[in-house]
Write a new protein. Structure first.
Length: 439
């Protein structure tokens, strides 16, 4: 054994290398936490150990910068504006309303007497002439009243004749008493009594005259009522409505019952429009008006405003005014009672300097607004944004006329702020746009 140790290499026995314990990763389950390594092994340089830390810090800063840039780019207030040009074109100011189509002259035919309807001579849509018989009421009760009035007249005339005879008798007696009194054959009291009887007889004659006149008036009233049992057409026209049937009893005690409604001329109609008080200021006589009815949704009917009534109509605190629109109806398409959707042209300018209504509603964030003075925000070619006070004219649903102001045709009026999402959607092909953005 000694011989074997003596044969070892001198370099390995002369300076033995110290052994230290260092932690190294081992496979789980081996039971070793430390293994011997040689202390003389070389350690990694310090610069190489700091390089991963520097690279990680640079990457973290770059990620933070990208995040800040993305947050700033998705801010609702973007650095771009949506603009529309200020141009010249037609502007038509309109007033919309609803109303009903009616005949120009509509006559309600009623009855002045009560009774049972005996016969009808006209029906719906019948064309009638003035004086034509429309209906008749049972005349038997009224014939009886006429006969009774005639008998009363005869009785009054007989009483008048009797009163006249009595007056003549009293007058003769007065004359006789006067002669006898002159000869002192009668007293003064008997003469006075004869004079009084004569005056009473004369008054009775006057009373009988009045009774005769009264009987004649009663007879005339009975004959007039008899004439009212026949209903005549007061105008030339068409029967629009019939409200009674044969055998029906009508009572004319407090209110005249309506039997027929006649339209004088259905080729000329009118529309009774209800215009709001906020729009009535621009509606005047002579303005053109267009309207449609549900029966002919593709047809436009043209009329003229002929009357603006000053009487207000208040329904549930909503005030409206009646506007009458005359329209021709040669084809008889318009029928009484149809509901009309009306558009009245209150003003028109065919070559107006106009701005989009969206530009008038735009407000620049963070800038105070003077609501008394309308203004536009104009984007100049240099990229500067300026406020331009203006004076407004007429307006329609898309544009408003600029009557005066520091703007010119071709200026770019700002209508909205453009976000990054809007720009991205503009660049996408059709069908790939984002849905509505919720903020």
């Amino acid at each position: 054994m000694a011989a074997d140790h003596s044969e070892l290499d001198p370099q390995q026995t002369a300076h033995p290398t110290p052994v230290v314990l260092a932690p190294v990763p081992v496979v789980q389950g081996q039971g070793h936490h430390q293994v011997p390594v040689r202390a003389g092994s070389s350690a990694p340089p310090v610069r190489k150990r700091r390089m991963p830390f520097l690279l990680g810090t640079i990457g973290l800063l770059a990620l933070l910068a990208i995040s800040l840039w993305y947050w700033w780019s998705t801010n609702p207030i973007a650095s771009h504006y949506k603009t529309l040009p200020i141009d010249r074109g037609p502007i038509t100011a309109l007033v919309t309303a609803t109303g009903a189509v009616n005949p120009v002259v509509s006559v309600q035919v009623g009855s002045q007497v009560s009774g049972k309807i005996g016969k009808l001579y006209a029906d719906f849509n019948s064309v009638v002439r003035e004086g034509q018989i429309l209906a008749s009421i049972d005349q038997k009760p009224y014939h009886a009243k006429v006969s009774q009035a005639k008998a009363g007249l005869k009785s009054a005339e007989a009483n008048l004749a009797k009163a006249r005879n009595l007056f003549l008798q009293r007058k003769l007696e007065l004359d006789r008493m006067g002669a006898l009194r002159a000869q002192q054959f009668v007293s003064q009291s008997e003469l006075d009594l004869a004079r009084t009887n004569s005056r009473d007889a004369e008054a009775q004659v006057d009373l009988s005259h009045a009774q005769v006149d009264q009987a004649k008036a009663t007879l005339s009233a009975a004959e007039l009522d008899l004439g009212y049992t026949t209903i005549y057409s007061p105008v030339n026209g068409t029967v629009v409505s019939r409200n009674v049937e044969e055998g029906q009893t009508v009572a004319a005690s407090f209110q005249t019952p309506t039997l027929f409604v006649l339209a004088q001329d259905l080729t000329r109609m009118q529309v009774n429009a209800n215009v709001s008080e906020s729009d009535i200021g621009g509606v005047t006589e002579g303005k053109p008006a267009d309207f449609r009815v549900d029966a002919y949704p593709r047809d436009f009917f043209r009329g003229i405003v002929t009357q603006v009534r000053n009487s207000p109509v208040s329904i549930q605190n909503v005030v409206t005014y009646d506007v009458i629109i005359s329209v021709e109806n040669p084809d008889l398409k318009l029928k009484p009672g149809m509901t009309a959707s009306i558009t009245i042209v209150t003003a028109r300018n065919e070559h107006a300097l106009r701005a989009p209504n969206a530009a008038l509603r735009f407000r620049l964030p963070g800038v105070p607004v003077d609501r008394k003075t309308p203004q536009l925000w104009v984007l100049e070619t240099s990229g500067r944004v300026r406020a331009a006070p203006i004076t407004l004219g007429i307006a329609d649903s898309l544009f408003t006329e600029i009557a005066d102001g520091d703007v010119r045709e071709g200026d770019a009026a700002i209508v909205a702020l453009e976000t990054v999402e809007d720009s991205a959607q503009q660049k996408l092909p059709p069908g790939f746009e984002f849905g509505p953005k919720m903020r």
